[in-house]
Design a protein around this ligand. Structure first.
Ligand SMILES: [Zn+2]
Length: 183
């Protein structure tokens, strides 16, 4: 078993440590877009791309102690699928204990109308934090910021989005978070 392998018994702290160590290695090698598939391979996290019902973006689950991520490919752009993959890793990093307890965290288009109010607020917060985590993973601060410093003569939001493999919207949100102005 590789020292990077994780499973349901791996502590949340160890999962963080392993993930961010691999992430930093790829960033230092200049691997942008971040090769999340390779990171998952090294961590022994399985990724399935499937045709799910349209309202589902994907899910992360525990099966025989191993983590499995499923991404819906139906009517989703490559960028959207890539973001969903990072979002599921976000759940693993943020919500590992809940995930192991409940065996699955499932993402579907926000329709929480039939969920009780307190529970709904909890889910909305968890989803927002998984998105923030996904943005941190896909647009590492140090690398991302550089494109804004040089933006005036070289880069547009569209070209930055292409470089990081994300949508223009994702670039805008991340730039806002980091206080980078978009000209
Ligand atoms: Zn989610």
């Amino acid at each position: 078993m590789s020292k990077y392998h994780v499973n349901a018994s791996t502590s949340k702290d160890d999962i963080h440590h392993i993930f961010w160590t691999l992430h930093a290695e790829y960033v230092s090698l200049g691997k942008i877009p971040i090769p999340i598939t390779e990171i998952c391979d090294k961590m022994n996290i399985t990724i399935n791309r499937e045709q799910l019902q349209e309202e589902y973006d994907g899910n992360i689950k525990v099966d025989n102690d191993n983590f499995i991520i499923t991404i819906n490919t139906v009517k989703r752009s490559v960028q959207r699928q890539f973001f969903t993959l990072a979002h599921e890793i976000g759940h693993l990093l943020n919500d590992k204990n809940k995930l192991v307890e409940e065996k699955m965290i499932c993402d579907r288009k926000d329709d929480y109308s039939n969920i009780e109010k307190t529970k709904r607020a909890e889910i909305i917060k968890m989803e927002r934090l998984a998105n923030i985590r996904a943005a941190e993973i896909l647009m590492p601060e140090d690398v991302f910021t550089k494109y804004f410093i040089h933006k005036s003569y070289k880069y547009t939001k569209e070209s930055i989005a292409k470089i990081f493999g994300v949508s223009v919207m994702a670039v805008s949100v991340r730039a806002n978070e980091l206080g980078l102005s978009i000209l």
